[in-house]
Unconditional design. Structure first.
Length: 470
C-alpha cells in the first residue's frame, strides 16, 4: 500500500514539473529569421534574434549556449557591441540581441549546431563550414617602443613553443612587426642591442586570424654602445701602414668613456688608435655622450721583415660595464723589386781570349722572396759564354747573390764593339742588363804588321839607293 501511494505521488510531481516547464517555455518567446548561415572556417557568423517577455511581470533572463562539437569556437551574446549574459525585460517587453560565433580556421567542412537557451526556452542556430583552412597560419602583430614612446627599428622578435624557436623577424622602421605562425600558444621574446629584453607569454595564434598584442615598451641599458668597423679585412703591400675605420655609437642612457686596446697582435707589430687617419698622435681612450657617435682609426705598423700571409687580431673596446671585440684580418702581400749590380758595363778582350766579371743580384723588395733565380746570357754567334752558378734557389728580402760570367769571343772575329745581354729571371719577375764588349786585335798581329811595314820601307829605300834617279 505504501509503495502504491509513493508511486502515485511521484507521477503527480512529474506532471507538475512538466506543466511548469511548458509554462516557462510559453512565457518566453524566441525568434530568429535566419537561424542558418554558411561561412568559411575562421569567419564569424552573427545571428540576430528577439526575446519577448510574456510573463505578467518584469523578468530577468539568463543567456546560455551549448556547442559540444566545437568547444574552441568563440561564442558571445551581444547587445550592440557589448557582451552580455543576462537581460531584464518588462512585462510584455522584447529585445533584439546578437549571437556572434567566431569559428576556428581549422574547422572541418560540415554543419554545426549551437543550442542557445534563454530562461526556459531554447533555440538552435546552424552554421555550415563551406571551406576549411586547416594547415594554414595565423598572424602575430605588434609594435615595439621605448619608454619615451619612440618606435624601435630592427628589434628582434622571436616566437617560441615551449623551448623550441618557431620563427623570428625584425621590426620595421616604424617599430612594427607582422609574423605568420602556425596555430598554437607562444612565448614571445623581444631583444635589441642596448635594450633590456622582454618576454610575453601565452599568446594564442589561431588559423587565419590576426592576433594584435598592441604596443610593447622596452627599456634602454644604462651603458651600451654599437661598435662597427668599415672594412674588417684589408690587403696591403709589405711596408704599408693600413688604418681600420671604427665607429662607436653610445646608445646607452648615460655618457661613457671607452678604453681602447687590442689583442693577439703578432710579435714585433705595433698598433695605435688615432682620432683621424692622418694624425700621428696616439689616443688610449675616448669620451662619447649618450646618443652620440664618434669615428676613430686603428693604425697597424708591421716590421720591415714581415712575411707574406694573413694575420688575425682584434680591436677591443672597453666601457664601464661591458667590452666589445672586433675581429680584424690583415693580408700582407709582397712587393718585389730586383737590383742588378755589375762591376761595370764595358769590358775589353782580345780575340780568342776570355774576360770574366761578376754580377750582383739583390732582393730589394718587402715581404716577398725570390725563388729559382737564373741568369741567361745572349751574345753574338760563335761566342762562348759560361754563367756560374747555373741558378740560385732563393733570395729573401735584403739578401744578395752573385753570378760570374766567362765571355770568350771567336779568334777570327773582327775587332769592334759587341753587345751582350744578360737576363736575370725568377718565379716572380725578370730584369735585363746590357754590356759592351770591345774586341781588340792580339799583340802578335800588331808586331807582324809593324815588321811588314818596316820591310816595305827598307825595300823602297834600297831600290831608291841602287837605281837612284834616271
Amino acid at each position: 500500500m505504501k509503495t502504491i501511494v509513493s508511486l502515485v505521488l511521484f507521477l503527480i510531481l512529474i506532471q507538475v514539473a512538466f506543466v511548469s516547464v511548458s509554462g516557462e517555455e510559453e512565457k518566453v518567446e524566441l525568434k530568429c529569421d535566419s537561424p542558418g548561415q554558411v561561412v568559411e572556417a575562421g569567419d564569424t557568423a552573427s545571428f540576430s534574434f528577439t526575446i519577448k517577455n510574456n510573463y505578467d511581470a518584469t523578468k530577468m533572463f539568463t543567456l546560455r549556449y551549448n556547442a559540444p562539437d566545437v568547444p574552441d569556437w568563440d561564442i558571445k551574446f551581444k547587445d550592440g557591441e557589448k557582451e552580455v549574459y543576462k537581460v531584464l525585460l518588462a512585462k510584455g517587453g522584447s529585445k533584439s540581441l546578437k549571437l556572434d560565433v567566431e569559428t576556428t580556421g581549422d574547422t572541418k567542412v560540415g554543419e554545426y549546431v549551437i543550442n542557445a537557451r534563454v530562461g526556459g526556452r531554447s533555440i538552435r542556430f546552424y552554421i555550415y563550414i563551406a571551406e576549411t583552412h586547416r594547415g594554414e597560419k595565423g598572424t602575430l602583430e605588434l609594435t615595439i617602443m621605448d619608454k619615451e614612446g619612440n618606435t624601435i627599428e630592427n628589434a628582434l622578435v622571436s616566437a617560441y613553443k615551449g623551448d623550441k624557436l618557431v620563427d623570428q623577424a625584425m621590426t620595421t622602421s616604424e617599430g612594427k612587426l607582422s609574423m605568420e605562425l602556425p596555430k598554437g600558444t607562444y612565448k614571445i621574446k623581444i631583444t635589441k642591442d642596448g635594450y633590456k629584453g622582454k618576454e610575453v607569454n601565452d599568446i594564442k595564434i589561431r588559423v587565419k586570424r590576426t592576433t594584435d598584442i598592441g604596443s610593447l615598451s622596452i627599456e634602454k641599458e644604462i651603458y651600451f654602445a654599437l661598435v662597427s668597423v668599415k672594412t674588417p679585412l684589408k690587403g696591403v703591400m709589405a711596408g704599408e701602414h693600413p688604418n681600420y675605420e671604427i665607429k662607436i655609437k653610445n646608445i646607452g642612457s648615460r655618457d661613457d668613456t671607452y678604453r681602447l686596446t687590442f689583442q693577439d697582435l703578432p710579435e714585433g707589430w705595433y698598433a695605435r688608435y688615432k682620432e683621424t687617419a692622418e694624425s700621428t698622435e696616439e689616443i688610449a681612450g675616448i669620451f662619447i655622450g649618450s646618443g652620440s657617435e664618434k669615428t676613430l682609426y686603428l693604425e697597424i705598423i708591421t716590421p720591415y721583415d714581415v712575411e707574406i700571409g694573413n694575420y688575425n687580431f682584434s680591436s677591443v673596446i672597453l666601457s664601464s660595464a661591458w667590452s666589445h671585440e672586433l675581429d680584424l684580418v690583415l693580408k700582407v702581400r709582397g712587393s718585389y723589386d730586383m737590383g742588378v749590380y755589375p762591376e761595370r758595363y764595358r769590358y775589353e778582350v782580345k780575340k780568342g781570349d776570355t774576360v770574366s766579371f761578376d754580377v750582383l743580384v739583390a732582393n730589394e723588395g718587402r715581404g716577398g722572396s725570390f725563388s729559382n733565380i737564373v741568369a741567361e746570357a745572349s751574345a753574338p754567334g760563335g761566342w762562348d759564354v759560361i754563367v756560374e752558378p747555373c741558378s740560385i734557389s732563393s733570395l729573401k728580402p735584403g739578401d744578395k747573390g752573385t753570378f760570374t760570367l766567362d765571355v770568350t769571343p771567336p779568334g777570327d772575329i773582327v775587332a769592334s764593339d759587341y753587345k751582350l745581354v744578360l737576363k736575370i729571371e725568377c718565379d716572380q719577375l725578370e730584369q735585363e742588363e746590357e754590356f759592351r764588349i770591345t774586341v781588340k786585335e792580339s799583340s802578335n798581329i800588331a808586331i807582324y804588321g809593324v815588321l811588314i811595314i818596316l820591310v816595305v820601307v827598307v825595300g823602297l829605300w834600297y831600290v831608291y839607293k841602287k837605281h837612284g834617279r834616271r
